[in-house]
Design a protein around this ligand. Structure first.
Ligand code: KIV
Length: 285
């Protein structure tokens, strides 16, 4: 018997949340221990985002992230997750060459890495055809519009999208087209809250916002930003709930000081021989 606390989150249960006006709560995770904590906190979605590249692999942007890196980290997340829906992010150039190769790459997330869905950035005509083909191949797809970090070289910088009427209309049209193509939910990244509200009201599938205001059906943040375990620039939309950098730094300094002063390890962290073994050993010296 499963109760509400242990019931697996599914695409229909996310859809039901939208219909009941219950908020969907999502976070990224990239490894086993983090995913375990997030899952045990009863979150709905864990996204293994390609933000992996910037957050834990030290790249300047998400472009260098490979399929193999994504699969490696996603496997660890899936092994830790019992309840949340796990979504794998299709990295740059894993869905650009041909429909066949893209579907093959997407299928690796489901078959090898244990996800229930993939996320694909963008809404060009080709992208919409690809998403239709993925959905026909039984691969659930989460869309992503607004700021799409894989277009960084085209956009020039990570900044709010849809601030003028034309761009706002384009994002709204993209969202509607993605829904027609068959996505089960949509990430809205860095768009004005008014634009996110219009999209959320017009779409039947749930919207998940990051820097898109309170009207979205759900919210997502990057785990490391939320807990203060990231380096560098933090966007305005992040709310930090902890300062892990500080806590970890204190712990590492404490360890260094203890080792340098001979306070660690002490007897309580050491193993002993049985006294007769010890005597024999010493007498044989
Ligand atoms: O890669 C990622 O983590 C993402 C989220 C920020 C939505 O795309």
């Amino acid at each position: 018997m499963s109760d509400e606390k242990t019931q697996k989150i599914t695409i229909p249960s996310l859809q039901a949340k939208k219909e009941k006006k219950e908020k969907i709560v999502a976070l990224t995770a990239y490894d086993f221990p983090t995913a375990k904590i997030v899952d045990e906190c009863d979150l709905d979605i864990i996204l293994v985002g390609d933000s992996l590249g910037m957050v834990v692999l030290g790249y300047d942007n998400t472009i260098p992230v490979t399929m193999d890196e994504m699969i490696h980290h996603t496997k660890a997340v899936s092994r830790a997750t019992r309840k949340a829906l796990v979504v794998g992010d299709m990295p740059y150039f894993s869905f650009h060459l041909s429909v066949e190769e893209s579907i093959y790459n997407a299928s690796r997330f489901l078959k090898e890495a244990g996800t229930e869905a993939v996320k694909v950035e963008g809404a060009s005509r080709k992208r919409l055809e690809l998403i239709k083909a993925m959905v026909e191949a039984e691969i659930p797809v989460m869309g992503h519009v607004g700021l799409t970090p894989q277009s960084i070289h085209h956009l020039g910088q990570f900044s709010v999208r849809g601030k003028d009427v034309d761009e706002a209309k384009k994002i709204i049209t993209d969202a509607l087209n993605l829904e027609k193509a068959g996505i089960f939910s949509l990430i809205l990244e860095c768009v004005p809250l008014e634009v996110a509200r219009i999209i959320t009201e017009r779409l039947k599938v749930p919207t998940i916002g990051i820097g898109a205001g309170p009207w979205c059906d759900g919210q997502i943040l990057v785990f490391h930003d939320l807990v203060g375990f990231s380096n560098g620039f933090l966007p305005k939309f992040v709310k930090k709930y902890a300062e892990l950098n500080e806590i970890i730094s204190q712990a590492v300094k404490g360890y260094r000081n203890d080792v340098e002063r001979g306070n660690f390890p002490d007897d309580s962290h050491s193993y002993h021989l049985k006294s007769e073994v010890s005597k024999k050993l010493l007498s044989n010296k």
